[in-house]
Design a protein around this ligand. Structure first.
Ligand SMILES: [Zn+2]
Ligand SMILES: [Zn+2]
Length: 356
């Protein structure tokens, strides 16, 4: 086997280490809570039953959403975003960036694309050889273009994006609930540990560590969850927080925001009964996003420079929105000049998810 293949295999195996670590901690917490705490330490039957029922409910929801986040493949752009064979050959033959942009611009004419690179070029992935849909980014860890990519998370060894963002949020929420429930119910036994009221068995050390571990994870995940709640409210991905998407009228970090309630529905769907279940209910197809800007006459919007994000006067108004495919593709039509090209700006690296 070639050395590069061995290296790749090793990298693939090593990438599962954080997931294995979490799985081990969760398996131990299950054993410590069910066996050491409920069976060996708690004497009241009623207390045991209540604790075990609530514990198993939160445990199942947590493991379910964690599993769905890990094993849902990132969604990739559909074939319509790939260049045709003729265009691809022509693109590769061309050496001048202006001519390459002309080819891309022609190919993207009928695509629902409203954002460009910061230098106003069509966003093209050389690696996947496709025109990137809005909010799509190439993940260097997964080596694919991922729709509405948020970040590559080592703790789930997967890209968090359009296909699993809801699952990721539920995973954070249920892990918080799980940790909170464990910490809250273990607290009184944790206090008994320090006052020497627990029977002198090894169970008391499990109780001690259960509290520490649950409290530690709770505090770490809380900040990450709060941050993502804020992102959902703004309809913004982690990547877009670092680099605002560039629309026809300039970079606008709120370009995809439709108002808090609609933003929430974009991720969780229209049917509230499914909101708390790790079942895919996000709206749209991941390639095509409603934006408050498409129904505006672009000529009336303030044209802003790259360093000065568009502060449109429309920020606090609500607008009827529609999918981009139904609207005229103003970005790519008419007088847009693709003067500057340069290398594609994003090849997103993993590592945003280092909070816990
Ligand atoms: Zn790509
Ligand atoms: Zn990835």
């Amino acid at each position: 086997m070639a050395p590069s293949h061995v290296l790749k295999c090793c990298q693939k195996v090593l990438a599962w280490v954080p997931v294995a670590f979490i799985a081990l901690v969760v398996a131990w917490s299950y054993y410590a809570y069910v066996v050491e705490l409920c069976v060996f330490t708690i004497s009241s039957t009623a207390e045991k039953v209540v604790y075990l029922v609530v514990f198993h409910l939160s445990f199942v929801m947590f493991v379910w959403s964690y599993g769905k986040t890990i094993f849902t493949s990132p969604a990739t752009p559909s074939n319509e975003f790939c260049l045709s064979k003729a265009d691809k050959e022509q693109y590769e033959k061309e050496e001048r960036p202006e001519s390459q942009q002309e080819i891309l611009r022609r190919a993207a004419k009928d695509l629902p694309i409203y954002t460009t690179t910061a230098s106003r070029a069509i966003r093209y992935c050389d690696r996947c050889q496709l025109i990137k849909p809005d909010r799509c980014h190439h993940c260097s860890a997964c080596d694919v273009c991922v729709l509405k990519m948020d970040h590559h998370c080592p703790w789930v060894n997967n890209c968090v994006g359009f296909s699993n963002y809801k699952f990721f949020l539920l995973f954070l929420m249920y892990s918080l609930l799980y940790c909170l429930f464990v910490a809250a119910t273990v607290l009184q036994y944790f206090i008994k540990f320090w006052t020497n009221e627990l029977p002198d068995t090894h169970a008391k050390f499990h109780v001690l560590f259960l509290f520490f571990v649950a409290a530690m994870f709770f505090i770490s995940i809380l900040s990450l969850f709060s941050y993502h709640c804020w992102l959902v409210g703004k309809n913004r991905s982690t990547i877009e927080t670092f680099r605002a998407p560039t629309f026809r009228n300039g970079p606008d970090k709120n370009g995809f925001s439709l108002g808090c309630s609609k933003n929430l529905r974009e991720v969780f769907g229209d049917e509230k009964k499914y909101w708390l279940l790790p079942i895919f209910t996000s709206l749209g197809d991941g390639c095509n996003f409603p934006t408050r800007l498409v129904i505006m006459d672009p000529e009336q919007l303030t044209v802003s420079s790259q360093n000065e994000p568009a502060k449109s006067s429309v920020a606090n108004q609500s607008f009827p929105t529609r999918p981009l495919s139904e609207s005229q593709n103003r970005l790519l039509s008419g007088d847009c000049q693709w003067v500057e090209t340069g290398p594609e700006e994003e090849n997103v690296k993993s590592g945003f998810c280092n909070t816990f």
